[in-house]
Design a protein around this ligand. Structure first.
Ligand SMILES: [Zn+2]
Length: 71
């Protein structure tokens, strides 16, 4: 099921909801208003063309913060 973004026109609350049908009635989880408009774009789209970060590896990968216990 696709996940949609909504914005409540009554209270301005933004939320995400999964809809089986696109024209399903949506209710604001915060104020209960049905005046919710669909925000632009759907969620769940991993940015493929991201920013090109400079090549710089600082971490050595040996740092383990969580202490391990043997029992
Ligand atoms: Zn609302």
């Amino acid at each position: 099921m696709p996940l949609y973004k909504f914005e409540c026109e009554a209270c301005g609350h933004k939320f995400e909801l999964m809809l089986a049908k696109e024209n399903e009635p949506v209710k604001c989880p915060k104020c209960g208003s049905t005046r919710c408009k669909k925000a632009m774009g759907t969620v769940s789209t991993p940015a493929s063309s991201g920013k090109s970060s400079s090549a710089s590896d600082s971490s050595c990968g040996c740092g383990s913060a969580a202490p391990k216990r043997r029992g």
